[in-house]
Design a protein around this ligand. Structure first.
Ligand code: ATP
Length: 549
């Protein structure tokens, strides 16, 4: 599987170049304006300046056009780069294995992808062009001022370096504050999602007050961090305004004394004349303008870089599900068995392997219970059979086909997984059973509902609405809905269930067991369980106690 290339942030773009060129057009405009004023002062009438004014106007139109085109190009490029960065992060999330301990919590990933990633847009569309303007425009304006007066150039040169020094100090704090804000926001989202999932438990334990207090504390923390970021943003622009105002004022005083005849040094030809003085005066604010723009977008940089880091962390390659994004071809054939030969597997970062040289043969149509004390590797083995992580060494074959990256998707198409806590989305029972699979029609859904004995719960036409996470259904009903979801899978051959009756009372466990047995009729069933009643209902019990080395 090839990964999409990481977006190249910081590359010179046509939009940035156009906006820098637009800013440089002020140089000839200022010269023409200064010459016009000089011509008027020398007694030339309207006729003397009309041609110059025409040029100024023409250059103004050109400048406006270049600015607009530059902004548009920068925005389009920023959208494209943001799309690529999001695509890469989504790709890693979509292919990441549930066994990867570094997998990001869903709330955090959603926050980074939906909210934080948006801050890349102003960073790329505004900050990047400004950065190029800062590199190009002030040096060229300085050279133009220097050509008229070395003292005026020196004043600008003295004021300018103070700005980046203070900005760097402020920006360093801004990045840290922005990162802290994003961590807080991600943490709050993860906390909220977690609590929403466990709402029934929270209510049952009477912990609503405590949860509300935690949430309020998180919100307070987020507010404080946001205010810190804003304070720093205001501070950075205040620093810049101060130094640029001082620089412009000093140039104005110097030029003013020249024109009053009080000063006679610092210009190459003795005194500055009116045109030269005006030219220098008009260039002084333009010298600081890119730096002021930089201050306005400085906060964009801090937030954008922090968001780019968060996206890069999401996109960091981890343990992948083999063939995660492959399209499964038409899957059919006889009921598959499972052959495992010389399996080796270690979890990432674990001191000891879970399996070393483990072999097992499950016949087609056999119903098997994997048993062992907690931590022996039952869930791990089920995950490996479902192809949710690549095996270290050895081979797992399903229906005679070795489970590899190339075959995993089509093999998984005939496998159904029933976990302890199946996930349901807000929507109808029918939608939750079909799960976006277009080949599953209403009749398939109703058959599946009947098999799981959910007719009393699913509503007419299985159209009953469920809340997010299966809200409105009991734990046992949720498991039977998961059984119905599995039953609707066309050509289902192998059912995998991880402790399906854990945490259920006897009566509910018996209903779930009955549903599972109905589902597994004529199919292979492998389940992990500690439940003696469920074990007794299987054809064979395989004790994994000795499997772990
Ligand atoms: N995602 C993971 N990352 C790292 N180690 C893991 C991961 N999942 C499980 N382990 C470790 O692998 C071993 C086997 O865990 P597994 O969950 O497969 O056991 P189990 O027999 O299913 O236990 P239980 O009956 O409690 O579910 C344990 O030592 C566990 O700590």
């Amino acid at each position: 599987m090839t990964h999409p290339r990481a977006p190249k942030i910081g590359r010179l773009s046509a939009g940035s170049l156009l906006s820098a060129l637009a800013a440089l057009i002020w140089l000839p405009q200022a010269a023409l304006l200064a010459l016009s004023v000089q011509a008027l002062a020398d007694g030339g009438g309207f006729g003397a300046v009309v041609v110059l004014a025409g040029f100024v106007l023409g250059l103004g139109v050109l400048r406006a056009g270049a600015e607009a085109a530059g902004a548009r190009l920068s925005y389009l490029r920023a959208r494209q780069l943001l799309g690529e960065a999001r695509g890469e992060a989504l790709h890693c999330l979509a292919t990441g294995s549930p066994l990867d301990p570094r997998r990001h919590p869903a709330g955090l990933a959603a926050s980074v992808l939906a909210e934080q990633a948006e801050t890349l847009l102003p960073y790329l569309s505004r900050f990047e062009p400004v950065r190029l303007r800062v590199a190009l425009v002030p040096p060229l304006i300085l050279a133009a001022v220097f050509s008229q007066s070395w003292v005026a150039a020196l004043i600008l040169l003295a004021a300018a370096p103070l700005i980046p020094v203070f900005m760097a100090l402020v920006g360093w704090r801004a990045k840290a504050a922005s990162e802290a804000q994003m961590v807080e926001m991600g943490g709050m989202n993860a906390f909220l999602l977690d609590r929403l999932r466990g709402l029934a438990t929270i209510r049952g334990l009477g912990a609503i007050e405590a949860t509300a207090e935690r949430l309020a504390a998180s919100a307070r923390g987020l507010r404080q961090r946001t205010m810190a970021v804003l304070r720093i943003a205001f501070l950075s622009s205040a620093v810049l305004e101060l130094f640029s105002a001082l620089g412009v004022a000093m140039v104005a005083v110097y030029v003013g004394f020249h024109l009053l005849g009080q000063l006679g040094f610092g210009a190459w030809g003795g005194r500055l004349d009116l045109a030269q003085g005006l030219f220098v005066l008009m260039l002084a604010p333009a010298f600081f303008e890119p730096l002021r723009d930089l201050s306005a977008v400085w906060h964009d940089r801090a937030a954008g870089v922090a968001a780019a880091d968060s996206l890069a962390r999401l996109a960091a390659p981890g343990l992948e599900v083999p063939g995660a994004l492959d399209r499964a071809g038409a899957a059919s054939g006889p009921v598959p068995g499972v052959e495992i030969e010389h399996l080796h597997f270690s979890h990432e970062g674990a001191a000891k392997p879970v399996f070393t040289d483990f072999s097992l043969n499950i016949r087609p149509g056999e119903h098997v219970a994997l048993t062992a004390p907690s931590g022996a590797g039952k869930s791990t083995l089920l995950s490996l059979i479902a192809g949710l992580a690549p095996v270290g060494a050895g081979c797992i074959a399903i229906g005679g086909t070795a489970l590899t990256g190339a075959s995993a998707a089509s093999l998984r198409a005939r496998i159904a997984w029933i976990g302890q806590r199946p996930h349901f989305f807000a929507g109808t029972v029918r939608g939750n059973i079909a799960l976006g699979r277009p080949e599953i029609g209403l009749m398939d859904v109703l058959d599946a509902v009947a098999l799981a004995r959910l007719q009393g719960v699913a509503g007419p036409g299985a159209a009953r609405d469920l809340g997010e996470g299966g809200g409105g259904l009991s734990g046992g009903e949720q498991l039977r809905l998961a059984i119905a979801r599995a039953a609707a899978t066309p050509d289902l051959g192998l059912v995998i269930a991880d402790e399906p009756t854990a945490h259920l009372d006897r009566a509910t466990a018996a209903e779930v067991t009955a549903g599972l047995l109905a589902l597994a009729e004529g199919r292979t069933l492998i389940l992990a369980t500690h439940d003696p009643v469920l074990i007794a209902a299987m054809d064979r019990q395989i004790d994994l106690t000795g499997a772990r080395s």
